[in-house]
Design a protein around this ligand. Structure first.
Ligand code: BG6
Length: 455
């Protein structure tokens, strides 16, 4: 690949400023993508020139953008992406820049309600030909807003693009430690041999954030934590933790096993807890008296021979006590431990996704010295420390994989379909959220209701 063109739809949004532009400039700086890379940013807003666009994005970004790089590779193109006539000038412009060798990625950083119209316009303008493997189209999550809408989008997409050209993003799959789950599970005898319901007591999947909804009220109020986080990130983590050994580590074989997990999840509807942070209703573009949840807790089961009976506790929310994404596998007590009847801890494996990336293993050990006391200690592996401050961000990995046509870290349609099926079922049991001012109150509620400690 000599030339690369990224065309971003929704390029004045939050995702483009916070994730896509930083990822592209880093890949470019590290020579992971061609010198001849062009980033075409499309939007309705009018800017005097590319510089003005970049200045606007720099102001919106959480960290400073690498303008030295971006100024040379970004073009802002004003258009109405739902207007089919506007695609003629876009096509003309792109054609001036590309040749036969060019890899083209079209990134839809827009809501799912626009997926169909934009895809149709891209296809019918002749910009992208069905089956041309040098032209790929990437869909940001959420893919649909329920099973019906997702199915309808997907079905119609296949008229325009071949599945090989379609990349459905779940950025958690690009995170270092999520990529590492299968390695930890299947390349370590000590874990492989105990990865069963006989030895695993429960699994906790926790994604806590301290931020609120930022300026995404328009999207978030229609979505909520269940659709925004559980449908995608948390269920993907469940599938990686619970899947069987795949036939091979090629994308399709791994997905075949993940899908079996997603097809065997049931949720204990009595366990559901929905929360909304205090002040949410005053956020911009949030409806007055909105019932949208910014927190969700649930207990699920994966009804496969390997995991039958093991509770999976899933929890995610905004404005909580800390930013933390972690998977905790808790193991059963040993038979000796049961006999002794002492207040000893159980073994726990922590797969730490954020803010640190790493693995921790907690076990019991004698307190050194003359006493016979026992304490819980932790063995720790810090992946981020090994990367010497150069840990790649999820979007870097995913964009790079898309340029190389590697699909392992993208979701296949049946994964999305089964996830939505589950979310639709949960939605039927959704209650009004409790208003929370801090995580403490939620912790107590979970403990009282489900007798589980999620702190
Ligand atoms: C996104 C959600 O998919 O993930 C956001 O739409 C959420 O609401 C974000 O804040 C969390 O991602 P990360 O990488 O910060 O854990």
């Amino acid at each position: 690949m000599k030339k690369l063109i990224f065309t971003i739809f929704g390029s004045t949004g939050d995702l483009t400023s916070r994730k896509l532009l930083p990822a592209i400039s880093k890949l470019y700086k590290e020579n992971k993508i061609p010198k001849e890379t062009l980033v075409v940013c499309l939007g309705r807003k009018s800017f005097d020139d590319n510089r003005a666009y970049l200045k606007y994005m720099d102001d919106a970004a959480s960290k400073k953008l690498d303008l030295d790089i971006l100024k040379d590779i970004v073009i802002y193109h004003q258009m109405q992406i739902t207007e089919s006539n506007d695609y003629d000038t876009l096509k003309e412009m792109l054609e001036k820049h590309k040749d036969q060798d060019t890899k083209e990625l079209y990134y839809l950083a827009v809501g799912p309600e626009l997926f169909f119209d934009v895809s149709k316009n891209i296809n019918q303008s002749g910009m992208v030909q069905k089956n041309n493997i040098n032209q790929s189209i990437i869909f940001e999550k959420p893919f649909g807003h329920d099973l019906k809408s997702a199915k309808s989008i997907n079905q119609r997409l296949w008229d325009f693009f071949d599945e090989k050209q379609i990349f459905r993003i779940d950025h958690y799959l690009g995170k270092e430690m999520i990529q590492n789950i299968l390695m930890v599970r299947f390349a370590n005898r000590i874990f492989e041999d105990i990865w069963y319901n006989r030895t695993i007591k429960n699994v906790k999947i926790i994604v806590k954030e301290t931020e609120g909804i930022l300026n995404r009220g328009g999207y978030y109020d229609q979505s909520g934590a269940l659709k925004d986080m559980v449908q995608s990130h948390l269920l993907q983590m469940v599938s990686l933790v619970a899947m069987e050994v795949p036939l091979s580590y090629y994308s399709e074989d791994v997905k075949n096993e993940k899908v079996k997990v997603l097809d065997h999840i049931t949720v204990d509807e009595k366990s559901l807890i929905f929360g909304q942070y205090h002040g949410y209703m005053h956020e911009e573009k949030v409806e007055e008296n909105s019932d949208t949840e910014t927190f969700v807790f649930l207990k699920a089961f994966v009804n496969t021979p390997r995991f039958k009976g093991v509770p999976f506790y899933l929890m995610t929310g905004k404005k909580l006590d800390k930013k933390e994404s972690v998977i905790i596998i808790e193991f059963e007590e040993t038979s000796e431990q049961r006999k002794w009847n002492l207040p000893l801890s159980t073994n726990k494996l922590f797969i730490k996704i954020a803010p640190e990336d790493g693995v921790g293993l907690r076990f019991n050990s004698k307190v050194p010295g003359l006493s016979d006391d026992v304490q819980e200690v932790e063995l720790e592996y810090c992946a981020a420390c090994e990367a010497f401050g150069n840990m790649s961000e999820a979007y870097e990995k995913l964009l790079l994989d898309a340029t190389g046509q590697h699909k392992s870290l993208f979701t296949r349609w049946d994964e999305i379909e089964l996830s939505w099926k589950l979310i639709d079922q949960i939605k039927k049991h959704q209650d009004k959220p409790v208003i929370y001012e801090s995580f403490d109150a939620l912790k107590v509620l979970i403990k009282e209701k489900m007798d589980v400690d999620m702190s």
